[in-house]
Design a protein around this ligand. Sequence first.
Ligand code: SF4
Ligand code: SF4
Length: 480
Amino acid sequence: MTTRLRPGLPIFRLPQGASDVLYTPGYLALVTPGEADEVHSLLVGTGPASSPPLGRLAAELRRYAERAIGTWSRRLEAPFAPECLTVYLSNQCNLACPYCFSSVARQAGARGGHPAIIEEAMVHSTARLVARCCAEKMGPFHLVLHGGGEPTIHWDMVVRIVNATRAIADEAGVDWFGVIVTNGVVPETAASWMARHFNLVELSCDGPPEIQDRQRPLAGGGASSPYIEKTARTLREAGGRLTVRTTITPRTVERQAEIVAYLHETLGARQMRFEPVYRVRGGKQVAFQPDQAAWFVEHFLAAQREARARGCDLSWAGVRLDELHGPYCSILRDTLHLVPDGAATACFFYTGGRDSEGVPRPIGRWGSVAGEYMLDIERIGAHRRKAGEVPESCTDCLNILHCARECPEVCYATDAPEAQGAKTPAGVNRPGFRCLVNRRLAEAWIEEAAASGAPAWMCSATCRPTWTSTPKIRPRGPLL
Ligand code: SF4
Ligand code: SF4
C-alpha cells in the first residue's frame, strides 16, 4: 500500500516486491525497506542519517517535493497569460456518435438557442491577445481548431483562420504551431491541405471498422471507417504528422491492444491517446463504473506494451508523470478557449449551447462595440484557485500534483467538495472510475520506471537507481 512519508510534502513510499520505491514528482529511488524506514525518520526529523548517501537521498526527495509544490502554487497565482488559442468553430457535425459530449449543444443550436458558427473577428481579436502573451514569454503561438462538432465542415473558415493567425503570430515575432482535431470524414483535398499546413493533425478513430462504424457512424447512417482510412493515407502521403485519439467504451475495453495494432498497421499512427467514454450529465450513454477500473487498467497496460513493441506511443491524459497538472480546465493550461456562442470558457467540456447547470460561467466576452475581446480576470483567478486546489481525498495520493482527477465527470471549479464524486452510505466520498484508473496507472508506471534502472544514483550497495525528470508545465497541444 502506498503511504505518504511526511505531512505537507508529496513524498511517497510504494512497496515493490522485496524493495520499496520512494517517489516525489520528478524523482524516484528504489531502496530496501530498512533504508526506506531511515529516510522516513530523516524526513520527519526523528533520527540522524546512518550514512551520508541516505542523508543526501532524503534531502533530494525533500528538494524535489518542495520545488513541485512551489511551482504548482506559483502557477495558480500567476496572471493568466494564454499561449494557446483553442477554437470550437461550430457545433455542427457529419457524424452521429452516440457518446458525443456536445450533442446537447447541437440540439440547442438546432432549436435556435445559439449561433451555430463562431465570428471570425473574435478569433482575430483573441489571437492578437494570445500572440502578445507569447511574445512576452518568447514562446510559440499555438492554435488548436476543434469542434463541439467537426471543424472541417467550415473549410473556407479553417483556411482563413490558419492564414490570419499565422500573420498575427508573424507580426508578434513568434512561431506558429497549428493543430486540428478532426473526425477524418473530409475531402481528400482538405486532408492533403491539413497535412501541409498544420503541425499536427489529431484524428479521432475508435478502432477497426466494426468498432468505428458502430461507435462513430455517419450522421445520415453508414460507415465512417472507409473515410478515416483514406484520410489517414492522404495525410501520410502528404507528409503530415498524425496522432489518433480513441474513445474506449465498456464494449471495447478488452480490445485495446487490437486497436493499437489497427491504428498502427492500417492508419500508420505512431502516437495514440486513449480516453474512456465520458459520462455526460443527463446523457444516456453507457459509462464506466468504479468496479471496472482494474479491468480497464489491465487492458490499457497490455495495449501500451503492444504500442511499445511497435515503436509507438500510447498516452493517457488523466495522469502525466512528467508534468504538474490538475483537471483539464483550459485556464490551468494557459489556453484561451473560444466556443461558437462567443464565450471564452475555462472548460473544454462546454461547447456552447449546453445547459448551464454544472458548467463554469464564461471567463470572457466579445465587446462588439469596442471590437475587442474582454477577459474577466477576477473570475479567471477564482476559477484557477478553486480548480487547482487539492481535494481532501487526494492529499495522501501519489498523484496529488499530476492528476486530472475525475474531471469532467466531476467539476472541481463548480461542484462543492461534498458534491464531488459518489458517496458511501455513510456519506464519505468514494473514488470514482477515473480516480481508480489514474492511481493504478501511476503506480504501475512508477514501479516500471524504478525497475528499469535509468540514470543511477546509488545510496548503498542494495539501493537501486534513481530516476529524475523535470516536470513540465507548458501546454503540449490538445489533451482532449
Ligand atoms: S483523483 Fe484519485 S488518483 Fe487523482 S489525485 Fe485524487 S485520489 Fe489520487
Ligand atoms: S474541472 Fe470543471 S471547468 Fe475544469 S475542465 Fe473539468 S469540468 Fe471543466
